[in-house]
Ligand binder design. Structure first.
Ligand code: FES
Ligand code: MG
Length: 588
């Protein structure tokens, strides 16, 4: 270990500033009131932040409250000085109107902390969906050495002898409840059984996906993402991560050296292979944008679409986090990709080694859960990038499209992949809930449900509502899902065939705003198109009518968010923030 940092630690500017002894004294004295000594703070050792995302109101990340002790021990043992501080909490399931509003808020808060305090490097604690991108976006803006420590998924959930996975079981129970097959008590008990321990969602929802993304980007130690939260290996990983970040501080190995275009393409390919959440799309776009890396919609299709599904994990597969971890987790999936040259093995990672070196001897030990590239669970697990006259871009996860669905919507037998249906349009999720059972809408098995007003500006934050459930009359007939289109998102644990993230959103003048119930929509999966079957003249005429209402902002942040947010397809970033990447680093 080199004890001379590649560049002087910035914290010494606070604590050993010879030109401003008065200020150094002022900075030092208050850290002593919990027992730190001037010697420690003036020793030239790096100050390592632990960005704490866990708390009582963010239960998915609460394991980090305990893990931080072990992380701090690792930092100490490697010669650093740990300082833990809170990050604005983000709890996916609970935050109203939606947790998506808080990704940019947590980002902003963390940038100010990393920039404005004497922190030389940081451990980013991640777990629940948006905590991962918020942390990484902030670290890349300030560009101090950073490492991701995932909190890990919950243990596998069991109910009546069956695996029950986070979120996925809620969507399934909701259908059973609506069809009168289970009562409220059974519903609640099944949900409770799906959450048997500390940790984040145990399915391949957005949390597991985004932690896999952090690993695929090269930002966490190898194998970090999949370790279940309560396992001993999780605390051992916290210790190792604490040790490693001190080295990263000395080496000045900052995110800008790791977050290259290759790293982002590695993330896209990995997302496909794990059957990852559609929410990864805006988060990856946002992280790339903040990192100054050009990533396009087309990249998702060129690099991701053809990758087969290798992880047999719910909602696309059968198993949950524990089996997935034992099978080898993210490195075992990436190992498969590497053998087929579907990965950039030379990418730099926080281990100090290349991605290919990290993946040595990491092949799957359980072929039922992590399959070989040549014998996948399903072909083409990536997202299809769609365009058409309803939006410029949207994405669709085709791996969840069932055979019965394919048959029902075929326009002409034999013409695989072309669907047509009658649009039924809802103005946001309240309208959907109020009217979905209304028989006058005439919803049948050839309807396409459309939800607008659910994008970043419309909702605000972009609601996870596009996975709309059919009315109970259809559920009772065994029709479990209808195709849906929307300018919002859907839960990563959902298994609906949906066209998501339609951009520009209706609230920003997108064509979805012009659609009416009864219009015919054609979806062509072969061409990647989705069009309303109306003439340009008719659409132009509808443009002159008043646009759908947008609900008023209810808090100051909602207004700021709406005034600063970009399109979902570009990551729904706070657009003005992306220019600070180079500014902040230069000033540090
Ligand atoms: Fe927090 Fe899924 S709700 S991880
Ligand atoms: Mg979610």
């Amino acid at each position: 270990m080199s004890r001379k940092p590649v560049r002087p630690f910035r914290s010494q500017d606070w604590f050993r500033n010879a030109d401003h002894v008065d200020m150094a004294a002022l900075y030092l004295e208050r850290f002593m009131n919990y027992g730190l000594t001037p010697d420690e703070l003036r020793s030239g050792r790096p100050i390592i932040g632990i960005a704490q995302t866990g708390s009582d109101i963010s239960p998915c990340n609460r394991i980090h409250v305990d893990l931080a002790k072990r992380t701090a021990q690792g930092i100490r043992d490697a010669g650093g000085i740990p300082m833990e501080f809170p990050v604005h909490p983000i709890f996916e399931n609970c935050r109203r109107p939606t947790a998506a509003l808080d990704r940019n808020l947590a980002y902003l808060g963390l940038v100010e902390i990393l920039y404005g305090y004497p922190i030389d490097a940081v451990v980013l604690t991640t777990g629940c969906d948006k905590t991962t991108p918020a942390n990484i976006m902030a670290a890349t803006t300030v560009d101090i050495p950073a490492i991701v420590l995932s909190g890990g998924p919950m243990l596998d959930g069991w109910h009546n002898g069956e695996l029950v996975g986070s979120g996925t079981v809620i969507w399934r129970s909701r259908r059973k409840y609506a069809a009168g097959e289970i009562d409220e008590e059974e519903f609640i008990q099944t949900a409770a059984d799906s959450a048997p321990s500390a940790g984040h969602c145990n399915t391949m929802g957005t949390a597991s996906t985004m932690n896999a993304v952090a690993e695929a980007l090269g930002l966490s130690l190898t194998g970090c993402a999949a370790i279940p939260a309560p396992y001993r290996e999780r605390a051992q990983m916290a210790y190792a991560t604490g040790k490693r970040i001190v080295e990263l501080a000395y080496e000045d190995l900052s995110p800008s050296k790791i977050l290259t275009r290759d790293a982002f393409l590695n993330a896209i390919m990995t997302i496909s292979a794990i059957g990852g959440s559609t929410n990864a799309h805006p988060h990856v776009m946002a992280m790339a944008k903040h990192a100054g890396i050009e990533l396009t919609q087309a990249d998702w299709q060129s690099y991701g679409y053809d990758i087969p599904l290798l992880a047999n994990v719910q909602p696309a597969g059968a198993y949950l986090g524990e089996r997935y971890y034992r099978a080898g987790g993210v490195p075992a999936v990436m190992w498969e990709l590497l053998q087929k040259r579907k990965l950039y093995g030379d990418a730099t990672t926080v281990t100090g080694k290349t991605m290919a070196e990290n993946l040595e001897n990491r092949q799957s030990t359980d072929r039922e859960v992590i399959l070989a590239y040549g014998k996948p669970l399903r072909e083409r697990a990536g997202f299809l990038v769609m365009t058409g006259n309803l939006f410029d871009t949207a994405i669709m996860k085709t791996s969840v499209i069932s055979d019965s669905f394919r048959e029902r919507y075929l326009v002409t037998p034999g013409q695989e992949g072309v669907f047509e249906g009658r649009a039924v349009v809802f103005e946001g999720s309240e309208d959907y809930h109020a009217r979905i059972e209304d028989p006058s809408l005439g919803i049948d098995e050839n309807s396409i449900l459309v939800i607008r007003g659910s994008g970043p500006i419309g909702w605000p934050g972009a609601a996870e509502v596009v996975n709309m459930q059919p009315p109970s009359a259809l559920l009772k007939k065994g029709i479990e899902s209808l195709p849906t289109i929307g300018d919002g998102r859907q839960s990563g644990t959902s298994d609906s065939p949906s066209i998501l993230h339609a951009s520009p959103e209706s609230a920003a003048g997108g064509t979805l705003a012009l659609l009416e119930t009864g219009d015919r929509i054609r979806i062509d999966l072969n061409q990647g198109r989705c069009d309303v079957l109306l003439s340009d003249e008719e659409l132009a005429m509808r443009r002159n009518r008043p646009m759908p209402d947008i609900p008023v902002s209810e808090t100051p942040w909602q207004e700021i968010y709406r005034n600063t947010v970009g399109h979902l397809s570009d990551g729904a970033c706070m657009e003005l923030a992306t220019k600070y990447r180079t500014v902040s680093r230069k000033k540090l």
